[in-house]
Design a protein around this ligand. Structure first.
Ligand SMILES: Cc1cc2nc3c(=O)[nH]c(=O)nc-3n(C[C@H](O)[C@H](O)[C@H](O)COP(=O)(O)O)c2cc1C
Length: 320
């Protein structure tokens, strides 16, 4: 499994752990990087000082490349960007891309820049601005999502850009990895499966919910205001239902609906409120069966994908 993504990011396996707010701190990111993938610190709404500390902690825990994920619509974004330009982590992934103009400044500092996109037009623009690779994130993903599935988005983006494409959303095992490569990706990004990694510091009650979740465990909230978020169903999803009905009846504003999520991810992931907090998770949560060290997750993905790829010629019988 050696390819353009491995060469670009200087990693052993083309497997990225997606940046996850309140979930992927230096502990998880370093464990993934030590396992031969690329671990990514989710900066989320972290104050700039905390982000600086997390980058320093990751540098102590691993000598391998790691990344930082920034969300461009975050109020802390400008200050976080100053930290990133000063500290120059090897890789930055950019969520909620509202402008690609920030890319050249990071590139000038030697940072590899990978925007996370849910639509072809942004992928094209990012490539023109010098992005090193594109993370195409399908709507099976956990967290804030677009509308197009990984199955459709990955080939569309792969046909539209010449830089490598990394598929995200719905991938949690070797079969998902092989499928992503068949669709034109040269790497994969997983979020949900890494939430249960032993080095992930989220509340144990959340990990338990992830391990027990089945195929109908997640729901998408706030779609009606154009801000869809996928999370495990709980009382919060019921609250959203009620307010979304009010919004559609003209009885409250889009901001009222959006504000329902304020602080809720932290309440779930850090404080363990699995009833009213937001347990963002992808549909692939149903495929997550056991807690393992991050390095074991990566090793398993690679070995499953390799054996499946070897079996495929005999399985792929499309003619009599
Ligand atoms: C709990 C959680 C939090 C997330 N937070 C972020 C984030 O802060 N920034 C971001 O770009 N993506 C975020 N994501 C998306 C992941 O980085 C990744 O792309 C996605 O989880 C891949 O799909 P999967 O969940 O099917 O593995 C989050 C996902 C989860 C599950």
């Amino acid at each position: 499994m050696s390819n353009r993504v491995c060469e670009l990011l200087d990693i052993e396996h083309p497997i990225l752990q997606g940046g996850m707010t309140w979930v992927s701190d230096a502990s998880l990111a370093a464990a993934v990087s030590n396992g031969g993938g690329l671990g990514i610190i989710g900066a989320g709404a972290m104050p700039a000082d905390l982000l600086r500390q997390e980058i320093a902690a990751a540098r102590k825990l691993t000598s391998r490349p790691f990344g930082v994920n920034l969300i461009m619509i975050n109020p802390e974004f400008e200050q976080q960007m100053e930290v990133v330009l000063a500290e120059a982590p090897p890789v930055v992934t950019l969520g909620a891309v509202k402008s690609t103009a920030v890319i050249p400044g990071m590139k000038a500092r030697g940072i590899k820049v990978l925007p996370v996109v849910a639509a072809v037009a942004i992928a094209r623009r990012a490539e023109q601005q010098g992005a090193d690779a594109i993370i195409a994130e399908g709507s099976e993903s956990g967290g804030h999502i677009g509308e197009t599935t990984t199955m459709v988005l990955t080939p569309l983006v792969a046909r539209s850009v010449s830089i490598p494409v990394i598929a995200a959303g719905g991938i949690a095992d070797g079969a998902g990895v092989v499928a992503a490569f068949a669709l034109g990706a040269e790497g994969v990004q997983l979020g949900t499966r890494f939430v249960v990694a032993e080095e992930c510091t989220v509340h144990p009650d959340v990990k338990e919910k992830f391990l027990k979740a089945g195929d109908r465990a997640t729901a998408v909230t706030a779609r009606c205001i154009g801000y869809p978020v996928r999370a495990i169903k709980n009382r919060l999803a019921g609250v959203y239902d009620e307010w979304e009905r009010k919004y559609l009846a003209g009885q409250c504003s889009a901001m009222d609906v959006e504000n329902l999520g304020l602080g809720k991810l932290r309440e779930a992931m850090r404080d363990g409120d699995t009833k009213e907090g937001s347990m963002m998770a992808g549909q692939s949560v149903a495929l997550v069966e056991k807690a393992q060290p991050a390095a074991a997750i990566i090793a398993e993905l690679v070995s499953e994908a390799e054996s499946l790829a070897a079996e495929l010629p005999s399985r792929l019988s499309l003619r009599r």
